[in-house]
Design a protein around this ligand. Structure first.
Ligand code: C2E
Ligand code: MG
Ligand code: MG
Ligand code: MG
Length: 288
C-alpha cells in the first residue's frame, strides 16, 4: 500500500488494483498456453441477403472453451491477445480453420462466403509474411477464390495513423477480398477514411439496431448511414437483428444484408451444417 505522506498524493496500489493485476496476469498465462495447444474453436453466424431471404455466408467468431463448459468472451481475451502479440499466432489459426471449414461447405454444395475478423495488430506485424501473404497462401491451399472471403476491420484500425495498415489493406483488397468496416459508428474517426481506405461494405453496429424501429434518433442515424453507404457505392450489413420489427425496418431502408439472433446465433460448424438445409436448398446461396 502506498504511504500517504500528506502531500498531494494518491494511493496507487490498492487491494482492488492488485487483484485486477493478478487476474490479468493469470488470464495472460492461460491465454499463452491455450494458443500453444490450440485450445480454441470457431462458431459461425449466418449472414442473410435481406432482399432475397437467402443465407449468403457466415462470420467466424472465436470461442475459448473452458473446462466447465463455458466460454471466455472474445471481447475479454482479444484485447489481451493484441497487447501480448499472441494475436498473430491466434489469428493465423483462425484464418486456417475458417478457410478449411469454408472449403468443406463448398465441397458439400454450399457456396457460402466467410467473414473473418482481423485486428489492427495483425495487419501491422512486421516479421515474416504479412497478413496479405498468409491470406493468399491459405486461399491457395484451400483452393478458394478471394471473393469468397471477407475481411472485417474496425474503425480503431483506421484511426491510428498507420501507413503500414493502409498498405496491407490495399494488398488484401487487391487479392480480391472485400474489406468490411465492422461496428460502424462506434469509433471516433473522421468520415474521410471511407474514401481513403478500400472499404466496400459497412456493418452497422448493433447498438444502433437495438432500439429500432421506435427509437427515433437511432432510426434517423441508421437511415443516414444507409444513405451515405449507398451514395458511396458500398453495401450495408446490419448486425444484432433480434426482432421481426427491426428486420422489416432495415429491409425497408434498403439495407442489403442482415445478421443477428433473429436468424441464428453463432453455432459450431456441425450445427450450422445441420441448420442450412432447413433454410434453403444446397447451391442456392447467392454468391456476391
Ligand atoms: P463483432 O465482429 O462485431 O461480432 C459480432 C458480435 O455480436 C459477436 O459477439 C456475436 O456473437 C454478437 N451478436 C450477433 N448477433 C447478435 C444479436 O442479435 N444480439 C446480440 N446481443 N449479440 C449478437 P462475440 O462472438 O462475443 O464477439 C465479440 C467480438 O470479438 C467481435 O465483434 C469481434 O470484434 C471480436 N472477435 C471475435 N472473433 C474474432 C477473431 O477471430 N479475431 C479477432 N481479431 N476478433 C474477433
Ligand atoms: Mg465482425
Ligand atoms: Mg460488429
Ligand atoms: Mg464488435
Amino acid at each position: 500500500q502506498a504511504k500517504d505522506d500528506g502531500r498531494n498524493t494518491f494511493r496507487y496500489f490498492t487491494p482492488g488494483l492488485h487483484r485486477a493485476m493478478s487476474e490479468r496476469l493469470d488470464l495472460e498465462q492461460k491465454l499463452r498456453q491455450a494458443v500453444q495447444t490450440e485450445a480454441f474453436c470457431l462458431h459461425y453466424q449466418p449472414i442473410v441477403d435481406m432482399h432475397q431471404g437467402t443465407v449468403t455466408g457466415v462470420e467466424a467468431l472465436l470461442r475459448w472453451p473452458q473446462a466447465d463448459g463455458s466460454f471466455i468472451s472474445p471481447d475479454r481475451f482479444i484485447p489481451v491477445a493484441e497487447e501480448t502479440g499472441l494475436i498473430e499466432t491466434l489469428g493465423q489459426w483462425v484464418l486456417e480453420q475458417a478457410l478449411a471449414d469454408l472449403a468443406k461447405w463448398h465441397a458439400r454444395g454450399w457456396p457460402l462466403t466467410m467473414a473473418i475478423n482481423v485486428s489492427g495488430a495483425q495487419l501491422q506485424h512486421t516479421k515474416g509474411d504479412g497478413f496479405d501473404m498468409l491470406l493468399a497462401k491459405a486461399l491457395e491451399r484451400h483452393q478458394l477464390d478471394a471473393s469468397q472471403v471477407h475481411i472485417e476491420i474496425t474503425e480503431s484500425m483506421l484511426m491510428d495513423d498507420n501507413s503500414r495498415g493502409l498498405v496491407n489493406l490495399r494488398r488484401i483488397a487487391r487479392l480480391g477480398c472485400d474489406i468490411y468496416l465492422d461496428d460502424f459508428g462506434t469509433g471516433y474517426s473522421s468520415l474521410s477514411y471511407l474514401k481513403k481506405f478500400p472499404i466496400s461494405v459497412i456493418k452497422i453496429d448493433r447498438s444502433f439496431v437495438e432500439r429500432l424501429p421506435q427509437g427515433e434518433s437511432d432510426a434517423g442515424l441508421v437511415r443516414a448511414i444507409v444513405n451515405m453507404g449507398q451514395s458511396l457505392g458500398m453495401k450495408l450489413v446490419a448486425e444484432g437483428i433480434e426482432t421481426e420489427a427491426q428486420w422489416q425496418f432495415l429491409a425497408s431502408l434498403g439495407c442489403d444484408y442482415g445478421q443477428g439472433y433473429l436468424l441464428s446465433r453463432p453455432h459450431s460448424f456441425e450445427e450450422i451444417s445441420a441448420w442450412l438445409p432447413q433454410q434453403q436448398l444446397p447451391g442456392q446461396c447467392v454468391n456476391q
